[in-house]
Design a binder for this molecule. Sequence first.
Ligand code: PRX
Length: 648
Amino acid sequence: MSEFALGDVPLIAPHYQPSGLMPVKTMDEYRVLYQQSIENLGQYWAKVAQELEWMEPWQVDMEGSLPDFRFFSGGTTNVSVNCIDRHARANGAKTALIWRSETGERREWTYHQLPPETARFATSLKAMGVGKGDVVAIFLPNLLETFAAVHACYRIGAIYNIVFSGFSPEALFDRLIDTQPRVVVTADGTFRRGRVVPLKAALDKVIDRLPSIEHVVVIRRTGQDVTMRAPRDIYWHEAFNDNTPLADPVPVEANEPGFIIYTSGTTSRPKGLVHSGVGFLVGTYHNVRYSLDIRPEDVYWCTADTGWLTFPIFELVGGLAHGVTAIVYEGAMDYPNPSTFYQIMAEHRVTKIFTAPTWLRMLARYGPDLPAAYDLSPLELIGLVGEPLDPATWQWVQRHVGAGQVDINNTYGQSETGSAWVSSVAGVTPLKPGSCGCALPGHAYAIVDAKGQPVATNGTGILTITAPFPALARTIWHDPERFTTQYFSQFPGQYTTFDSAVQDRDDQLWILGRVDDVINVAAHRLSTMEMESAILDLDGVAESAVIGVDDAVKGQVPVAFITTRQATITADEWTHRVTEQIAENIGAIAKPAQVFVVDAMPKTRSGKIVRRLLKEILLSGEVKGDITGLENPEVIDALCATIRPEGR
Ligand code: PRX
């Protein structure tokens, strides 16, 4: 039972042909480069950094150790120059961004259009009193202006605090009271599933309690009525015009803070992770190269929301650093209809997609007829991050969306790591449906037991990071001690991911979920991810979530939740099928104590099933915890009605 069964499936050779830009061409070359990089991390990352443009050279490649480290000390540059100006100079006529929305609108900006919009807004921020090191909050959906706003901050060395546009006023307040921004950039509203979501009004509800805010800049997006209080509030289109001077990019030292992003605490208050501006640039540039092999001719679409770190990593910074042509999508991808996503892919001849496993499960749920109706032949690669990917979905997507030819690169990272550092090397390292590939060069790690000792191959342990890399978060805003105790106290000198992982016999890494998601049934350590994967293999199951609940006899027992595509099968029959499936694929010991068929899972906007809410409902019959930021808060009532502990 301690052996990891999922890893036994054979490796698949990649279909994707790596471009001349990919630094390694074969698995052996990858192995050699990985080893060399780990032996001299400073030298390795310096070589990567040299591909970017610098203002002043650095003196030392790397100093210190976890959690106190520096890369490229003394070197200065500006992120906006590397993501925008560099490409405007080289190929300004190239389309940088294609904005699409669920409302059917379309706008585009070339690399020529990005610098003036960015640099003029930067001037306007300066006029509002924002200087180097000041905080600007970005409370925006996916718009073209979002790129200009973020890069304007980089341009003048302001620290931006990116806040997910789906957050409630209170969740927004919690973040802004912590970072004390001088300016907030927001929109009147945004569209989501045909509804207008107010943003300025959400801010207005809490702004009187946020005395640090001197100005609010509002992008007119929905055209809805908003209250504008002069002189504090100003519209984006009135903040600057064609005569506004262009702000020069300021030199920023390689380790200075660039932005703050909050990770949602499940039990405690959210943590404001601080990433360095330039370190994040170097790390995400590297990440996008290896995971996606972006080429000049690619049309690339990262479907994440601005407020989730995947978007800055893969599009806003890492994508633009490669001068990519990127799609920016505002709204729900299955709105106004389930084929919206395929329609946009076909229309723009998208070659590479970066998304989340949950979206692929949604596509599978909508069925194979939709992708069959569109020409998706330009598509070559689908990258993913965020949660476990079950092999059945991998197979379905490869067959129906990718015509058997498209590689699916399931990557692993955290807001803390500022990059998806576990990933297949596009077109180079082999794939295994459900695994996360291998550690990218420059990333040292271990899988350890509770005492910090490395576990054997194919054994489950806790994934740790054993040496610094440039994109790793540097601290927690205003709480450096919490940063150290939270991540570095369990295994001194190592960063703890709190994820449990396996390295299988083919050197593929599997992330089984948070350490809490490995449950202990009658002294057997069972992975809920493995159970979920087995359940998803059943015909007609759309989604599955497994949690562990305390049990007087067995310590813990698994409880399963599913959504289905087949309304004709009764709940009792599903319980039978799920139980048998688990018994067959994992073992009788892992049989769930209960199986619930629910209409919908509670999910974050980034697509994660919020298992802790399922557990809370099961144990208490209600939800007291924070549900702001849920994609679908309306499902909670239905779940409370359906989910009953045994005997209640
Ligand atoms: O538990 C892991 C899960 O998502 C967590 C990180 O979430 P977040 O900070 O939102 O990351 C944003 C991505 C840059 C991890 O601790 N996770 C992420 N990727 C995977 C995953 N779990 C399994 N498989 C993955 N590929």
